[in-house]
Ligand binder design. Structure first.
Ligand code: GLA
Length: 389
């Protein structure tokens, strides 16, 4: 991959003298969905697939961006002398520009630009956080190229989220950027999004693999119902707060929720809040089971998570539902659920080694029959956070 971005750089910008190469992973969330903006727990891990960059600092204030994934768009330019603001014309470059802007907001303004070429092997829009991967990658590059040595990886996650919220207009939580910036090989991250306390938990699947099924239904977080779900949870919390002193939905146990749920007074808001509360508790339990090496119960909780996302949070849709339903018909599937924001994107399944081929074949065929186009399958590995390569 280093070769790919170096060759690309040479083709687009000419000379590669002084070019440096970097990588940041994508992520998959094993359990704890739509809990990160509700003060709950998440359990994601970084992947070995991600975004690669070849980059070189310039002597002037020009910024040039090029992605091998969007060659038709060509080179996108911006100038640090101008005010940085979101610009539809700049397409995907709004993610890196947002990070440069967010660094400046934190007092880390740069005045010399750079030429950069990116290549990602995360399927775009798949729910494996290709955008957060770019955000953390650019943050890491700014830190390394411009000498912002005090910036920690947790800062990179927070800067990425800040930029996504304020520059790109998606009110995402901290999960994606945190999982990517703090990724660790063969471990998932058990993160309390209320306090940012986290623990690494080894993912020992024994004789099984993590298989991602990508629905190929495209979605953009910005135009999805993501922000609406978040607002619904905030409204439900407000109504609960009228009868109980609680800071986030993640602070409630199932019993506490049941005792106050009538205060919400709206069936839709009640379902949204129920998901947030139960999913958080389920995540805590799931991690306990994983630590005890009880993968089967972990898998069952993944399935419960999916049911809740489908019935109460209503963020699945027929593509994801088909993938999970068909997955659960395959012998050797330990758990399966949608992962990420939903409304398209992908599912993650734990599949016994000997069942992987059958899984890909039978889920793939059933999906094509029902939906009319192919799903893509990836057997993935858990990898480290950002690094220079
Ligand atoms: C997206 C967001 C995350 C998180 C998930 C749902 O990936 O970026 O912050 O809310 O959806 O769990």
């Amino acid at each position: 991959m280093k070769d790919t971005v170096l060759k690309g750089f040479e083709k687009v910008y000419g000379d590669t003298t002084g070019v440096r190469c970097f990588f940041a992973p994508g992520r998959v969330n094993l359990i704890g969905e739509h809990t990160d903006y509700n003060g709950g727990h998440v359990f994601p891990c970084a992947l070995t697939i991600g975004t690669y960059a070849a980059v070189k600092k310039r002597d002037d204030s020009l910024l040039r961006f090029y992605s091998l994934n969007f060659e038709n768009i060509g080179v996108i330019t911006a100038d640090l002398k101008d005010e940085l603001k979101p610009d539809k014309e700049r397409d995907w470059a709004n993610y890196p520009l947002g990070i440069i802007w967010a660094f400046a907001e934190r007092g880390m303004k740069i005045d010399k630009g750079f030429d950069i070429l990116l290549y990602g092997n995360i399927p775009n829009g798949s729910g494996l956080s290709s955008s957060a991967s770019v955000e953390v990658l650019i943050g890491y590059i700014l830190k390394e190229l411009y000498g912002f040595k005090d910036v920690t990886n947790i800062d990179l996650a927070l800067i990425g989220q800040f930029s996504e919220n304020k520059f790109n207009g998606v009110n995402c939580g901290i999960m994606d950027q945190f999982a990517i910036a703090m990724g660790k090989k063969d471990s998932a991250i058990f993160l309390d999004t209320n306090t940012l306390k986290y623990e690494y938990s080894p993912v020992k699947l024994k004789n099984a693999k993590l298989v991602i099924a990508c629905s190929n239904k495209k979605r953009g977080l910005g135009d999805s119902k993501y922000n609406e779900r978040r607002a619904q949870c905030e409204e439900a919390l407000k109504r609960i707060q009228a009868v109980k002193d609680v800071k986030t939905l993640g602070d409630l146990t199932e019993e506490e929720f049941e005792s106050v749920r009538s205060a919400i007074g709206d069936p839709i808001l009640e379902k949204r809040a129920k998901h947030a509360v139960y999913e958080n508790r389920r995540t805590v339990k799931a991690v306990e089971y994983l630590l005890k090496d009880d993968i089967d119960t972990f898998g069952k909780l993944m399935i419960d998570s999916d049911t809740s996302l489908r019935e109460d949070y209503e963020v699945t849709g027929k593509e994801l539902d088909t993938l999970v339903r068909e997955a659960l018909k395959v012998k050797g599937v330990i758990g399966s659920r949608m992962t990420g924001a939903g409304f398209g994107g992908c599912t993650v399944s734990i599949v016994k080694d000997e069942a992987v081929d059958d899984f890909i074949k039978s889920v793939g065929e059933a999906y094509k029959n029902e939906i009319g186009y192919d799903a893509d399958f990836y057997t993935v590995e858990i990898g480290d956070g950002p690094k220079e390569i």
